[in-house]
Ligand binder design. Structure first.
Ligand SMILES: NC(=O)c1ccc[n+]([C@@H]2O[C@H](COP(=O)([O-])OP(=O)(O)OC[C@H]3O[C@@H](n4cnc5c(N)ncnc54)[C@H](OP(=O)(O)O)[C@@H]3O)[C@@H](O)[C@H]2O)c1
Length: 308
């Protein structure tokens, strides 16, 4: 099979197209003919050696959509099923064939094509876990989303709106209309040093939940827009509890996207409440260009590779 692979982990330029033996599914695994694979900042992290213990050559790609080619024993799927899957952390998605654990895949939403489905897995999966399970977001609450225009943030704004909450976003001015169209009630420009105070002007008393996809100074500023006793959920390492003032509680977490999570996303997509926002779909041969665009840090929605 053809794959994008890295013989060493020295950044985006380590990736080249090459041939690999076709993988065979073990028990509990499905072999997927990959039609599309999402690209995200985590791929650059893997290629830069940010995740220890990676076997070489390494095929990046942690989220795919495609058609089941073969199933191992006890994998509850059939050849011909249209599925989307998380491959984290083994990767292997930037290839014609990929192995997925059967408990980390689900039937594709009826209302999504391969590109849209592939682009949902990690971003929307992370947003759903963060808002629903970890953040306990409730209808009527206000949630502030940083990096709201990115892959995780674009999904978070839509999921929060679907839950009956009020999402407010943080993004560059060029993305403000885009985020209002996704359901954000108000959007703020993080380049303005005063932006957190502006949030307090439109949310008197302060927001209930911060869903942070940036960390660092942006997260510190965003915490200032919470009310006393508010909550913070961040997706930026290091993972664990956050020590915060004013009785604000919080944690940073690494997402675990499993079958139940994907089924919940499918329900949102098929009920018209969640769509993947595709900035670009590129062929596998342009894998380095796709990675470089993601590394630029200003993706609107998702960049996806078309593989078949
Ligand atoms: N913990 C986990 O399980 C997990 C899972 C997925 C992702 N992540 C991490 O979460 C982060 C976001 O992922 P992603 O896929 O959404 O990335 P992404 O799509 O590459 O995010 C791009 C967005 O980031 C925005 N941005 C950049 N700097 C910003 C700042 N200082 N303040 C506000 N927005 C800023 C840009 O907004 P503008 O263009 O509007 O400036 C752009 O729209 C990454 O660090 C990723 O590694 C963690």
């Amino acid at each position: 099979m053809q794959a994008a692979l890295a013989e060493k982990l020295r950044g985006i330029d380590s990736v080249q197209l090459g041939e690999q033996p076709d993988p065979a599914p073990a028990a509990g695994q499905a072999l997927i003919r990959v039609h599309a694979a999402g690209v995200g900042p985590w791929d650059i992290g893997f290629l830069s050696g940010g995740f220890p213990g990676i076997a070489l050559p390494f095929v990046p790609g942690q989220e795919v959509a495609g058609i089941v080619e073969a199933a191992g024993e006890d994998a509850d799927v059939q050849p011909g099923d249209r599925v989307y899957a998380s491959l984290f952390p083994a990767g292997g998605g930037f290839a014609e064939l990929a192995l997925a654990s059967a408990d980390r895949l689900a039937p594709m939403p009826d209302r999504a094509g391969f590109e849209e489905a592939a682009g949902l897995v990690v971003g929307a999966g992370t947003a759903h876990e963060g808002l629903v399970d970890r953040g306990s977001l409730r209808a009527g609450e206000t949630v502030l989303v940083t990096a709201a225009a990115g892959g995780v943030g674009s999904a978070a704004v839509q999921i929060a709106a679907a839950m009956g909450a009020r999402p407010v976003g943080v993004a560059s001015p060029a993305n403000h209309e885009y985020l209002r169209a996704l359901g954000a009630s108000d959007v703020f420009d993080y380049h303005d040093p005063d932006w957190a105070r502006q949030v307090l002007a439109v949310v008197p008393g302060g927001v209930d939940l911060l869903f942070d996809c940036v960390g660092g100074q942006t997260m510190d500023q965003a915490v200032g827009a919470l009310h006393d006793g508010g909550r913070v959920i961040s997706v930026i390492p290091p993972f664990g509890s956050l020590r915060l003032e004013r009785a604000i509680t919080g944690e940073s977490f690494g997402a675990h996207v499993d079958r139940q999570r994907l089924e919940a996303l499918s329900h949102l997509v098929d009920s018209g409440q969640l769509r993947t926002q595709l900035e670009a779909v590129l062929p596998l041969g342009q894998v380095r260009e796709a990675l470089a665009r993601v590394a630029g840090g200003h993706t609107r929605g998702k960049i996806v590779l078309r593989i078949v």
